[in-house]
Design a protein around this ligand. Structure first.
Ligand code: GDP
Length: 309
């Protein structure tokens, strides 16, 4: 990527999009284009086409999506399927029509079958049924991957898809009903400490295993792949190691200094038993994650505190 290339980051207000913008700016890219939801509604097909025809970016990162944790995905099933399908279809099709040659589409590890062998290899896509709690989101993301592949196959575009593992970092969502486990635990541990509680409630059994990647590491990998001119198949982005939810909760309370006990609420769903990415394709391309979990949690917590004001 030329340092003066025009790069559109869709979803720049979110955790992933904001990390990509930060990474691009750090690396000296001078022409990063962003639009707030007010300026450009990505659900509005006409508006997206008009924007793309006018801007004709050289590169696009699609980090815009309706996202949420296990509860939000499970409850707002219609919105998760509909909005994600429309956002990606509008952006990818409009990019193609405007002659954009290179684009990166960000998905999620939940596109893989619920009972796929672990660690999850890219080849396991569409080999079995999905985890029901986030099936709508996963179906939308799979459609996005296939849309990219179809434009590449039919029109010679270089639209690549990357599948990040569970993410956390700056600008995360700390709303307990919509958030993922890590930000939820940061908030719960903070509030429990403030109130002097003796107990912190963790959803589910604590036994599911998850892998966590710091969002700035993800952004680094995304920019790296674009800079390398990678235009091969789907790539997983993760750390390659996972922890149980119980171990995660223990790490969070240690970093935040909450001294009470953990309690497990079995009335909440566990979701998929394990979700660990096979990152050998990414490693063979020369990239590995740098930020360790306790260090990343401390950085995210600082950001959480700063936003509390
Ligand atoms: P998932 O990775 O798609 O299943 O989504 P989440 O990050 O929301 O949940 C991961 C796991 O953490 C599930 O087993 C949840 O039950 C568990 N978990 C434990 N405590 C919490 C919490 O406070 N919030 C959320 N969202 N998940 C929690």
């Amino acid at each position: 990527m030329n340092k003066s290339a025009k790069i559109f980051v869709a979803g720049h207000r979110g955790m992933v999009g904001s990390a990509i913008v930060r990474r691009l700016q750090q690396a000296g890219y001078t022409h990063v284009v962003t639009r707030s939801r007010k300026e450009l509604d990505l659900l509005d097909q006409k508006a997206v086409h008009a924007f793309m025809a006018e801007q004709k970016p050289d590169y696009i990162f699609i980090a815009a999506a309706k996202v949420g944790g296990i509860q939000a995905n499970n409850v707002y099933r219609a919105e998760f399927l509909y909005q994600n399908l429309v956002i990606e279809a509008n952006l990818i099709n409009a990019a193609h029509e405007a002659g954009v040659q290179r684009l990166m589409f960000l998905g999620s590890s939940c596109i893989y079958p619920k009972l796929a062998p672990q660690p999850l290899k890219e080849d396991y896509l569409l080999t079995g049924p999905l985890e029901p709690t986030n099936e709508p989101y996963a179906i939308a993301k799979i459609a996005g991957i296939k849309l990219c592949e179809a434009y590449n196959h039919q029109y010679g575009r270089q639209y690549i898809s990357v599948m990040p593992t569970n993410l956390y970092g700056l600008n995360d969502n700390y709303d307990l009903n919509a958030s993922h486990v890590l930000p939820a635990l940061i908030r719960k541990a903070h509030e429990a400490k403030q109130r002097g509680d003796t107990e912190l409630v963790v959803w589910g059994s604590g036994t599911p295993m998850r892998e966590f990647l710091y969002a700035d590491d993800l952004a680094d990998a995304c920019v790296y792949l674009m800079e390398q001119g990678y235009d091969g198949p789907l790539v997983n982005i993760g750390t390659g190691t996972d922890v149980t939810i119980k171990e995660l909760a223990e790490t969070v309370v240690k970093v935040l200094g909450f001294k009470g006990q953990l309690a497990f609420d079995a009335s909440k769903p566990d979701g998929t038993p394990r979700k660990l990415m096979d990152v050998s394709r990414l490693a063979s391309l020369g990239w590995t994650a740098k930020t360790r979990l306790p260090e990343g949690i401390a950085l995210a917590y600082q950001d959480f505190l700063a936003k509390l004001g």
